[in-house]
Design a protein around this ligand. Structure first.
Ligand code: NAP
Ligand code: ZN
Ligand code: ZN
Length: 363
């Protein structure tokens, strides 16, 4: 008989899973592997809710394996280490982001770009090396190869720091890679959600002049006063958009839903770069003229490698950058997803996992 998620591994785990495309979350008992030689086992304390979790729960990208236990902004405390683990000790606070595996030998892996390894393994909803499906941080505990575990900086809060493991690295990495991390860079951030608001904070720490493009006028004073953005533009307002034509060096587009990208190309200077990190369900339309007239570039970026993720955590700890969060118990996750879809969160939900899932490891 085929093994079920509850029986494929030796150790029981409790989590919350979406079981079909309705994306409705229900409690799930499943199982985790025994701690291997190079594995770190840890109790989950906090887990952020990324919009990718919602895309996956509803199978909006057509790749979900159900049941799916999402969660890739995970902070926990180590409960067991394998005999060959070198970097971590029991009792240490750790983080796990979007990756739990890669081939470790291809060109991308050799260059600390595990996120571009053809065999990279996401933290949830994909087959692991042993053929079983990965389950994420909406669960009482996790097991991960130590290579994919991050050291948690001492002064970084556990709850508001958790979203950095995806929202932080997904915005930090392209700003660095595309050279948009220089003091004085005129940078646009499109979409002021989980990724967008962290992008503003990181870009300000790099010394950029930041313009937020938002569909939500009510976010203006939060963006300017709270997040210290320099300018705020309502992206649906043609006049405001036209007034900034040709002014920016780069734009980071974090929007989760279908929208026109052509208007943002017009806002770039000659040689400007539009970097896409948001992944709407439907493909974008890309007109050639605005690219050609001005030698502009459209690029993308996927999370970040482990080395850079550690660098980003240390950078955020040093600059006191965390996410603005609303902490919730796990049984609020369905309401949280409804609100996330309506952009009704300032700016990231974080699940207090340890206090809302009864962990077998505790008993
Ligand atoms: P989020 O918190 O929901 O933020 C998305 C923001 O997009 C919203 O706050 C809203 O900002 C704007 N928006 C929403 N609907 C819109 C619409 N119809 N038209 C224009 N703007 C709209 O999501 P998130 O967690 O930041 O994730 C954003 C996207 O990045 C998702 O697609 C996610 O899957 C993707 N992602 C990619 C990576 C990667 O490695 N590339 C990593 C993580 C996440 P305003 O109210 O300001 O308009
Ligand atoms: Zn994410
Ligand atoms: Zn590889």
């Amino acid at each position: 008989m085929a093994k079920s998620p509850a029986t494929e591994h030796p150790i029981k785990a409790q989590g919350y899973a979406a079981k079909d495309t309705s994306g409705t979350f229900l409690p799930l008992t499943f199982s985790r592997r025994a701690t291997g030689d190079k594995d770190v086992r840890f109790k989950v304390l906090y887990c952020g809710i990324c919009h990718s979790d919602l895309h996956f729960a509803k199978n909006e990208w057509g790749v979900t394996t159900y049941p799916v236990v999402p969660g890739h902004e995970i902070v926990g405390v180590v409960t067991e280490v394998g005999t060959k683990v070198e970097k971590f000790k029991v009792g240490e606070t750790v983080g796990v982001g979007c990756l739990v595996g890669s081939c470790r030998s291809c060109q991308s892996c050799s260059n600390n770009l595990e996120q571009y390894c053809p065999k990279m393994i996401l933290t949830y909803a994909v087959p692991y090396f042993d053929g079983t499906i990965t389950y994420g941080g909406y669960s009482d505990h996790m097991v991960s190869d130590e290579h994919f575990v991050l050291h948690w900086p001492d002064n970084l809060p556990l709850d508001s720091g958790a979203p950095l493991l995806c929202a932080g690295i997904t915005t930090y990495s392209p700003l660095r890679h595309y050279g948009l991390d220089k003091r004085g860079t005129k940078l646009g951030v499109v979409g002021l959600g989980g990724l967008g608001h962290v992008a503003v904070k990181i870009a300000k720490a790099f010394g950029a002049e930041v313009t937020v493009f938002s569909t939500t006028p009510e976010k203006k004073h939060e963006a300017l006063d709270g997040l210290k953005a320099d300018h705020f533009i309502v992206s649906k307002d043609l006049e405001q958009m036209q007034a900034v034509t040709g002014t920016l060096d780069g734009i980071l587009d974090t929007v989760s839903a279908s929208h026109a990208i052509a208007p943002f190309l017009n806002i770039l200077k000659t040689d400007g770069k539009l970097v896409l990190v948001g992944v709407p369900e439907k493909p974008h339309e890309l007109p050639a003229f605005p690219l050609i007239i001005g030698r502009k570039i459209v690029g993308g970026s996927n999370i970040g490698g482990l080395k850079e993720t550690q660098e980003m955590l240390d950078f955020c700890a040093e600059h006191e950058i965390t996410a603005d969060i609303e902490v919730i118990p796990i049984d609020y996750v369905n309401t949280a997803m409804d609100r996330l879809l309506k952009s009704d969160v300032r700016y990231r939900f974080v699940i207090d996992v340890a206090n809302s899932i009864k962990a077998p490891l505790d008993t």
